[in-house]
Design a protein around this ligand. Structure first.
Ligand code: SF4
Ligand code: SF4
Length: 480
């Protein structure tokens, strides 16, 4: 009863936002507003030499009722934010995973290794010129869909994603897969959703009409205004592609009714001007969403953002985040996907043991039917996780996932965003260290600061316009 207490620092992250204090509960990624009594209990424990229940009630008794102190302390203990000194309080148990069956919902089909562009920074290891592109055939695509259902028959909703190279260069396969999947999933009483990322250069009005009819989610790879886009996104003949892409994007945006269209921006060295890029894509071209992917560990290191540029990118993302906040307070959205995803994760209390769904909820199929962690690994030297005829190789998959899940010997074990970041993207680790199981340690401080900024934005919206979450997060989630 009178044992010495301690604050379990490894579970507690406190964030000040304006005149309020919040507790970010690291194990569950939940956020609580910290009241005065809780704040006083925590600081008393930290200040006292040998804090006990008794010494705390004595120290705080002049300002709070004893019952309130005991009850608040009990709550802190139940959250493992305060514990008995000398116990193994700091350790978050690593529970090994043994996947008997993967809860797959998504299959990414790499339907052609060929691409008609020759973007300078492209990471794809199986990329070919259009003339030598290796196309996936219908049989392999069909086996991929069958594999998805046989590996994971109990889901209600599935996703099929078309990827390349340039997926539009194998449009006949896309049509075949959509027709096959629509019939198959409907016959089983399941829902299926399709999406595709394209460079848009081959897009025609006929494609748009077809995709609109089949409710296909589209993302366009475009790097901002002409001066930025044409630096890297060039044709195989070395010409900038902005004019074509912008024209096609306008055509698409003017005709597409079924779903919002997103722009996907790759940030490489020399390009950190987030606001100009967002303004062009959102306001001038009219994309509904703009997402930024900073390149920090590409295969071609010349294109990686330098450390000071990466810091600039995060500073500029925060500036755009302030615009996102100002719009949210007026119940509007500016379509800044990175910010939206972060506050969605905070709102939903997302707790990630692994950084993304790769290998668990999603696999990517290469043109020959080999299974890979995600679309970025097709053609890499990493071992395949099985193939579409034999299914997922669970022992290989389990070994890999457990290596990443075990944070015992890594800085991640004491990181305050360990259950949001979960060690970062496997492909970045692979490109940087040659080992996808190793966490990406090269911009942890920036990531932690970005999450604190997200907490600032989240709490401001929650205080001043909580209905924003009902309007912009709940419906999106229901759709997903
Ligand atoms: S990779 Fe870095 S930021 Fe991510 S959980 Fe590990 S220590 Fe934290
Ligand atoms: S491993 Fe990286 S690139 Fe692949 S799905 Fe996960 S986050 Fe995305």
């Amino acid at each position: 009863m009178n044992s010495t207490l301690e604050v379990i620092e490894n579970n507690l992250h406190q964030v000040e936002v304006k005149d309020k204090s919040f507790i970010f509960h690291i194990p569950t990624t939940s956020l609580f507003e910290r009241d005065e009594l809780t704040g006083d209990i925590l600081s008393s424990i930290q200040e006292q030499d040998k804090p006990t229940n008794l010494s705390l009630t004595k120290a705080l008794g002049a300002r709070y009722a004893e019952g309130d102190i005991i009850s608040a302390l009990g709550e802190l203990k139940s959250l493992s934010l305060v514990g008995e000194k000398g116990l193994d309080n700091d350790v978050e148990e690593f529970a090994p995973l043994t996947l008997e069956s993967a809860p797959l919902t998504t299959v990414v089909l790499n339907i052609n290794t060929g691409c008609n562009l020759s973007c300078t920074y492209c990471y794809k290891e199986d990329l070919d010129l259009p003339s030598s592109g290796k196309k996936m055939n219908f049989e392999t695509a069909k086996q991929s869909i069958d594999m998805l259902l046989s590996e994971s028959p109990d889901q209600t909703r599935y996703n099929v994603v078309f990827f390349g190279g340039e997926p539009l260069s194998n449009f006949s396969l896309i049509k075949g897969v959509i027709a096959y999947s629509e019939d198959l999933f409907a016959s089983k009483g399941k829902l299926v959703d399709f999406s595709m990322t394209t460079n848009a250069t081959l897009l025609t009005e006929n494609h748009v009409e077809y995709f609109d009819k089949h409710n296909v989610g589209l993302s366009i790879s475009i790097d901002g205004p002409k001066a930025y886009h044409d630096r890297n996104r060039i044709s195989v003949n070395g010409k900038g592609t902005y004019d074509t892409v912008a024209k096609k994007a306008k055509m698409l945006l003017s005709r597409y009714r079924s779903r919002p269209i997103g722009a996907r921006v790759t940030l490489t060295t020399g390009i950190t001007d987030i606001n100009t890029i967002w303004d062009h894509l959102f306001n001038t071209l009219g994309f509904s969403e703009v997402g930024f992917a900073p390149v920090t560990s590409g295969d071609i290191s010349d294109y990686n953002l330098k450390p000071e540029e990466l810091a600039d990118v995060f500073t500029n993302m925060k500036k755009l985040g302030e615009k996102y906040l100002a719009a949210a307070l007026e119940n509007k959205t500016i379509g800044f996907s990175n910010m939206h995803q972060l506050i969605t994760d905070i709102h939903e209390g997302t707790k990630k043991a692994l950084p993304c769904g790769a290998g668990v909820g999603m696999v990517a199929v290469d043109h020959e039917g080999g299974l890979n962690l995600c679309h970025r690994f097709t053609g890499s030297d990493q071992p395949l996780l099985g193939d579409v005829t034999t299914g997922l190789n669970k022992p290989i998959l389990n070994e890999f996932l457990n290596k990443r899940l075990d944070k015992n010997d890594q800085s991640c074990a004491t990181c305050n965003i360990r259950n949001l970041c979960a060690g970062g993207c496997y492909h970045e680790s692979y490109a940087r260290y040659g080992d996808p199981a190793k966490p990406t340690f090269h911009y942890c401080d920036l990531m932690r600061d970005w999450v604190d900024f997200g907490i600032h934005v989240y709490t401001q919206i929650m205080e001043h316009n909580p209905s924003f979450y009902d309007t912009y997060i709940a419906p999106r989630r229901a759709q997903a």
